[in-house]
Structure formats: structure tokens, C-alpha cells
Design a protein around this ligand. Structure first.
Ligand SMILES: NC(=O)c1ccc[n+]([C@@H]2O[C@H](COP(=O)([O-])OP(=O)(O)OC[C@H]3O[C@@H](n4cnc5c(N)ncnc54)[C@H](OP(=O)(O)O)[C@@H]3O)[C@@H](O)[C@H]2O)c1
Length: 280
């Protein structure tokens, strides 16, 4: 039987995880530590990172550094890269992300721009900088966290879904581009996952015909797929949604998702974030 840690050690010793203070990123940190990888944990909430670092160091014999920063601030990615110049970062997980739900014109322009920075600009910059260092060493791995929403346009979360489509396309292209240089690239596209993000959304996603996964299941699927696949979708129902898109006219799943999400919108947020009736 393969020692689970041996599959990761060939990348090197250090993994960087963004969004490590919560949800899927936190679970990546735990599972990578269990595979003997030293960690750099990145997010805004330094106290949550320090707590996680303490727990991980107590449980696993690995080194853990924390970097508290707002990745949407100008030059934050470049500064992070400089700060870590002394460490060879061999595996990068880009899990930090945010959502924006509501009618596109009711969400503030500032929030749309913030989302674009965190969900698109940050992973693009990180993969450019850390990816170049990996290519020159001829080893390493990049994991992008997209979403099943990235497989089609999704009304009411239009900018979020579009940002995840960008990540999906970027990552699947980089998988082919970087493979000959010894760098594995994976795009993970979770469906509904039990983390604070969907819980804070004004949409009751449990009212939609989708299943919920735990962060543990999602990360296990990703780490199994790394090095073997370009893209991975945890869960049969989620896989089905992405697959059936290829067989039917492009507009159908967009309309279906729009209808499902509008119906699952929480009543107390409707007036604030949706129009009563679409104007004709
Ligand atoms: N949960 C789902 O159902 C689901 C489904 C599909 C895809 N995803 C994707 O999975 C990824 C992780 O989401 P999650 O569900 O784990 O959500 P989460 O628990 O809310 O985690 C989001 C993480 O991003 C960090 N973050 C947010 N803004 C940041 C900023 N400006 N700078 C640095 N870090 C920032 C947060 O940390 P701080 O607040 O401490 O900064 C937190 O650690 C996201 O990309 C999300 O789009 C989630």
C-alpha cells in the first residue's frame, strides 16, 4: 500500500494555503500536515490562524508559519511572495474566496470589484509567481478552488459564478502547460460544502436539489486527484450537473439555476437584494 505522505513529499516540504482560517482551506491545512508537509497559513484573521497553527503543531510534527494579510490589498500577493523568498513553496492551495449574492445591479460595485480581486486576480498572481519558481525547480503543485457554479452562468450569483469559470479555465489550461515542467495543477470544483460561506449567504441552498459535502470529503477527493486529473468535482450529483451541461443547449442550465436560486432566496433579504418582478 502507498504511504499517503510519500505522494506529497515528492513535491517538496512546504505547502501554502490561502483561506486557511476557515472551511475548505482549514481542512486542506490539516490534511496536508497529516501528510508531513510544513505549512504557511494565510488569511486576514491572525488569531484563527494562530489557533490552527497551535493545534496542527500539537498533532503533527510539522513546522507552521502564519501570515495575516488581506489578499485584496494592492501588492499583497507580491509582498507575500517576497516574504517567503527564503522558503521553497512546493504546493500552493488557493482557497481564499468570497461570494456576492443578489441581483447584479443591487450588489455594490465595490463588492463586485473586491470579489474580482480575491477570486480572480489573487489566484492569477499567485500561480504566476509561485508557478514560475516551481517550473524552474521542475517540481510543485497548484490547487485552484473553483465551484460547480463555474460550469455555467448562474443568475443572482453572476459575478461569483463568472469568477469561478475563470479559475476553472485558467487551471485546466495550466495543467497542460505546466505538466511537462514537473508541476501538477488541479482545479477543485466543490458543490455545496458545509462551511461558514454558504451559511452566511442570503440563499437557503438546502432548498435546492443539491447535496452537501463536508470539507473533509471535499479535500480528500482533491488530494487523491492531484497529479492524476486536471479537474475534479466531489459528489455524484455535482458531477451530474456539470456533465449534463454538455448535452443540452447552454441557456437551459442557466435558466434552471436562476429559477432554483430565486426560489431559495431567504424571504427577509428579498426586498433588499432582489427586484420584486423583472421589468419587461
Ligand atoms: N462552501 C461551499 O459551499 C463552496 C462551494 C464551492 C466553492 N467554494 C469555494 O471554496 C473556497 C473556500 O470557501 P469556504 O467555503 O471554505 O468559505 P469560508 O469558510 O468562508 O473561507 C473563506 C476563507 O477565505 C479567507 N478570506 C476571505 N477574504 C479574504 C481576504 N480578503 N484576504 C485573505 N483571505 C480572505 C477567509 O479568511 P479571513 O476571513 O480570516 O480572511 C477564509 O479563510 C472559496 O473559494 C469558495 O468560493 C465553496
Amino acid at each position: 500500500m502507498i504511504n499517503p505522505s510519500s505522494r506529497f513529499k515528492h513535491y517538496g516540504n512546504w505547502a501554502l494555503v490561502t483561506g486557511a482560517s476557515s472551511g475548505i482551506g482549514m481542512e486542506f491545512a490539516r490534511q496536508l500536515a497529516s501528510r508531513d508537509m510544513n505549512l504557511v497559513l494565510v488569511a486576514r484573521r491572525g488569531d484563527a490562524l494562530t489557533k490552527l497553527a497551535f493545534e496542527i503543531k500539537r498533532e503533527f510534527a510539522v513546522e507552521v508559519k502564519t501570515v495575516s494579510c488581506d489578499l485584496t490589498e494592492e501588492n499583497s500577493v507580491e509582498e507575500l511572495f517576497q516574504e517567503l523568498a527564503g522558503n521553497e513553496i512546493d504546493l500552493v492551495v488557493m482557497s481564499a474566496g468570497m461570494e456576492a449574492s443578489g441581483h447584479f445591479t443591487k450588489i455594490s460595485l465595490e463588492r463586485h470589484i473586491q470579489l474580482e480581486r480575491l477570486n480572480i486576480d489573487v489566484p492569477m498572481r499567485m500561480s504566476r509567481l509561485f508557478g514560475e519558481a516551481m517550473v524552474s525547480r521542475r517540481r510543485g503543485a497548484l490547487i485552484f478552488v473553483s465551484s460547480v457554479f463555474g460550469y455555467q452562468g448562474v443568475p443572482i450569483v453572476a459575478n461569483y459564478a463568472a469568477s469561478k469559470a475563470y479559475i476553472l479555465t485558467l487551471g485546466e489550461a495550466l495543467n497542460v502547460e505546466m505538466k511537462p515542467h514537473g508541476v501538477d495543477v488541479l482545479v477543485l470544483s466543490p458543490g455545496l460544502t458545509d462551511t461558514p460561506m454558504p451559511a452566511q449567504m442570503p440563499i437557503d441552498l438546502k432548498k435546492m436539489p443539491i447535496t452537501t459535502s463536508s470539507p473533509k470529503q471535499v479535500v480528500q477527493v482533491a488530494l487523491r486527484a492531484l497529479g492524476n486529473k486536471a479537474t475534479v468535482i466531489p459528489g455524484f450529483v455535482n458531477k451530474f450537473y456539470a456533465w449534463e451541461n454538455r448535452l443540452i443547449p447552454r441557456s437551459w442550465p442557466v435558466k434552471l439555476f436562476g429559477w432554483l436560486i430565486a426560489n431559495a432566496f431567504k424571504k427577509n433579504r428579498r426586498d433588499e437584494l432582489l427586484y420584486a418582478k423583472a421589468a419587461r
